[in-house]
Write a protein that binds this ligand. Structure first.
Ligand code: UDP
Length: 448
């Protein structure tokens, strides 16, 4: 008999593709055969993965209908779910109808492909849902419609600091939010996604028990399917080679020349943007801090600018102590001994990667789950500080100095971060919580 076929469908954004491909590598190493569905938009370079089979779901019209900005992510997601059904049905039925000796297929899809989960259910294909964000976000998503009903959302400016009783430690201002997407649209999307999860065979979460056991327990109580926490996925396999932009490795050589723990790494992920005024404040905040830095300025990440337009005098002011790249090999940067702190937007992957390498964070969340992730970093794990309000050079300089140079404050945070890093290293050992959960997951899939 052949190997069991796993059909994987990531949401085509960097922060979703990476964990899905890491999961693919993990399950492939356990003897499963891997088929990956991908879209025309942000299609995956299949040549990097010769052991897998790739099937293109040609979403041509949707690929072109929206911009690649954050503003359009939710609308694009909804359009995909509404319009890709037939396309996906054709791809899926064609794979399923192939004559082979292999046992039944199982579909593992990103939780945002809710309509396609229903479709798989109709075809009687078992589905597992991958949540690439934290376990806590599942509770936030589940509670969102109730908060809308109670009138708490949209959040009033005066209530931003009010605690959300149902979702401690979140404050109102931390609740999931995407500009350009109304709370009604978000509520309906999240309701669909939670309903789809309830009809799945199980949920896989890229997290680990030591940081989120309460959140997992809460979610597990509320839904009738098993939850498998098997993160941090990038620590179980070599990190995914699926970068949509080309990483500039010269920053690693530059880091080799810097003092241990002295460099601030600055990156806001694959989608977050800033306006030109914030960019200028960031530049001068970095320069004035006098702290060495590696700064990722992604093409298109400064609104209204095609080029990186640095302020006059910035190069001279930072001469020798700053390195700007358009995309970094982030895992390697965070693991580099010279890196002492990470100024991040708190996408979940970045947050998890920082925890795994024991790098304290300066948090500047922007949208979706980032504000909530930052709340956990600062108030629960207490391994970072947050930059709130209008971004301004003075506050940036102060935060960098506080985290990286204030011996008492910085040392306490670093100590907590070391403890968290240790927990992350324990969960991936053969008797660690995530390793045990991976074994359970493999047995579970084999039982279909
Ligand atoms: N990343 C990278 N190089 C960069 C910036 C980000 O490789 O210069 C990777 C990072 O390691 C992470 C992913 O891109 O795995 C971003 O995911 P995250 O969830 O942090 O944020 P998103 O891009 O989804 O907002």
């Amino acid at each position: 008999m052949g190997k069991r076929v796993l059909l994987l469908f990531p949401l085509p954004y960097q922060g979703h593709i990476n964990p899905m491909l890491e999961l693919a590598a993990l399950l492939h190493s356990r003897g499963f055969s891997i088929t990956i569905f991908h879209t025309t938009f942000n299609s995956i370079d299949s040549t990097k993965y010769p052991s897998y089979r790739f099937i293109l779901v040609e979403d041509g019209e949707i690929a072109n209908r929206f911009t690649s900005t954050v503003d359009d992510t939710v609308l694009r997601m909804i359009a995909w779910n509404n319009s890709c059904e037939q396309l996906f049905y054709d791809c899926l039925t064609s794979v399923l109808s192939e004559k082979n000796e292999e046992p039944n297929a199982c579909l593992i899809m990103d939780m945002h492909w809710y309509n396609l989960q229903y479709l798989a259910n109709r075809l009687r294909v078992p589905t597992l849902v991958l949540r690439t964000g934290s376990a806590a976000t599942l509770n936030w998503f589940m509670t969102y419609p109730q908060l809308v009903q109670k009138g708490f959302i949209p959040v009033q400016e005066s209530q931003r600091n009010m605690p959300v009783i149902e979702l401690a430690p979140l404050r109102m201002g931390d609740l999931i939010r995407v500009d350009n997407c109304s709370h009604e649209v978000l509520r309906d999307l999240l309701t669909h996604e939670m309903d789809a999860i309830r009809t799945s065979s199980g949920v896989i979460v890229n997290t680990f028990d030591a940081i989120e056991s309460t959140e997992v327990e809460k979610f597990q109580k509320a839904i009738p399917v098993p939850v498998f926490c098997i993160g941090p996925l990038h620590k179980f396999t070599p990190p995914a080679r699926s970068s949509l932009l080309v990483p500039d490795h010269s920053c690693l050589e530059w880091l080799d020349t810097q003092v241990v723990g002295s460099v601030l790494y600055v990156s806001f992920g694959s989608l977050a943007c800033m306006n030109y005024e914030e960019f200028i404040e960031t530049a001068w905040g970095l320069a004035n801090s006098d702290q060495p830095f590696v700064w990722v300025v992604r093409p298109g990440s400064i609104l209204g600018k095609d080029e990186v337009d640095l302020p006059d005098g910035f190069i001279e002011a930072t001469n020798g102590h700053g390195k700007i790249v358009s995309w970094s090999p982030q895992h390697e940067v965070l693991a580099h001994a010279a890196v002492g702190a990470f100024w991040t937007h708190n996408g979940w992957n970045s947050t998890l990667e920082a925890i795994c390498e024991g790098v304290p964070m300066i948090c500047r969340p922007q949208f979706a789950d980032q504000m909530g992730n930052a709340r956990y970093v600062t108030d629960v794990w207490k391994v970072g500080i947050i930059l709130e309000g209008k971004l301004e050079r003075g506050m940036i300089e102060k935060a960098i100095k506080r985290l990286m140079r204030d011996d008492e404050f910085g040392a306490e945070i670093r100590q907590r971060m070391r403890a968290l890093k240790h927990e992350a290293s324990l969960c991936i050992k053969s008797d660690g919580s995530s390793s045990i959960n991976i074994d359970k997951l493999v047995n579970f899939i084999s039982s279909f």
